[in-house]
Design a protein around this ligand. Structure first.
Ligand code: ATP
Ligand code: MG
Ligand code: MG
Length: 376
């Protein structure tokens, strides 16, 4: 039986384990001292990180795994690297470290000639003001580290908003300041590379966010052209082969006319790939496990059109449980406003009908006039 240790105990760890159980994989999970472990309850042993646990003692505590992987990029990469003498770590901690920090990530993408929005770095009121002046309003200001679901980022439209932000920052974290991208839409590509170097890409997915949080995905993205898919696959190949990356890599993009600009990378399975669970192909979770166990990669091209709607800050509505049209995924999490607690997958052979179903479900769950903050 294959033994895999996953760093992290959230819903992504849960869904990797759920995909791995039929493959006969045995899982252990590494949790931070205060981390909630409800998502992985019953799916494998959870090891709590304690002082001094690293290298061989950590490897032993995790049950001598054959491979270690992560469900999030915010991990202690030095701790992860301490396991290097004992088993492979996928993806490599060096790639994870780049993705942990928006400044490092953007510099890296630029060094590979990958298009992205103009940006500046800032770490003081003066450098922030200079960056905003150079880029012009509106701008996005994002902390380099510890940001997800739109947290620790601000969209500034006026000098007053800039001054308000400056007034409330007491100790300055490293920041990136990004030009506002007037995108046609947001797309992402989920790509995977196996330990032997095989690469596969799922079709580009169209994503809709509200208040910085992903709400819906549809794949293949409506009216996807072969040229756009080719552009995304080429980007993915370039990144994966440069890093000799192993596992799933998600690339979030803005489409501006017929060009893709990269917004950010996620060195892991990704929310915009959840639709792959119900589309009659190999899911991103199974392909990630196949990649890190060096098995052949599974099919990534669906015959149907697939959609996903996130469930944020509320229980599964009764009418959805009663109706058989959706695959309901819940994460065993306590419900809190804005928190991702589950998602719905559904498919249709007709992309237009699928879009209508997606919009209807979105409106049912998130009435247009209601802020997500108030849900839950
Ligand atoms: P995630 O949960 O995907 O990790 P995050 O907190 O890392 O999110 P981003 O992906 O950087 O944040 O931004 C969240 C959303 O805000 C984007 O998906 C997009 O809708 C919007 N956004 C971010 N940066 C820009 C930009 N430069 N121009 C226009 N819109 C942007
Ligand atoms: Mg992010
Ligand atoms: Mg994002």
């Amino acid at each position: 039986m294959m033994r895999i240790a996953i760093v992290g105990c959230g819903q992504l760890a849960r869904m990797m384990a759920l995909a791995g159980w039929p493959m006969g994989v045995h899982f252990t999970f590494l949790a931070n001292p205060e981390e909630n472990i409800d998502c992985v309850a019953g799916l494998g042993e959870v090891v709590r990180l304690t002082e001094g646990l690293s290298g061989e003692s950590l490897y032993q505590a995790l049950g001598r795994p054959e491979v270690v992987t992560v469900e999030r990029e915010q991990v202690d990469t030095a701790l992860l690297a301490s396991l290097r003498p004992f088993c492979p770590l996928y993806p490599d901690p060096d790639a994870i470290s780049i993705c942990q920090h928006r400044g490092r990530e953007k510099a890296f993408l630029q060094s590979l000639g990958i298009p992205l929005a103009p940006y500046r770095l800032a770490n003081s009121a003066e450098s922030l003001t200079a960056a905003v002046t150079e880029l012009g309003y509106p701008v996005f200001v994002k902390s380099c580290e510890q940001g997800y679901d739109g947290q620790n980022q601000w969209r500034l439209r006026t000098p007053d908003e800039l001054n308000d932000l400056i007034a409330c920052i007491h100790s300055w974290p490293p920041l990136v300041v990004e030009a506002n991208v007037e995108f046609n839409r947001e797309l992402s590509i989920i790509a995977v590379r196996s330990a032997s170097g095989d690469v596969a890409c799922y079709p580009l997915t169209e994503n809709h966010h509200r208040e910085g949080i992903l709400i819906t995905s549809q794949a293949p993205a409506p009216e996807l052209t072969p040229a756009l898919q080719e552009q995304a696959s080429e980007l993915a190949h370039r990144l994966l082969t440069h890093w000799k990356y192993v596992g799933v890599l998600a690339i979030e993009c803005f489409q501006v006319d017929d060009q893709l600009l990269v917004n950010e990378l996620a060195p892991r399975v990704h929310n915009s790939g959840h639709w792959t669970q119900g589309a009659g192909i190999c899911s991103q979770f199974e392909n990630h496990l196949r990649a890190i166990c060096d098995q052949g990669l599974g099919a990534t091209t669906p015959l149907v059109h697939a959609a996903m709607v996130n469930l944020l800050g509320q229980p599964v509505p009764k009418q959805i449980t009663r109706c058989g049209d959706y695959q309901v995924h819940t994460y065993n999490k306590q419900i809190k406003p804005r928190r991702k607690v589950g998602h719905f997958n559904f498919q249709d052979i007709d992309p237009h009908r699928l879009r209508l179903r997606l919009l209807a479900l979105e409106t049912e769950l998130y009435p247009q006039d209601q802020r997500l903050l108030n849900l839950g």
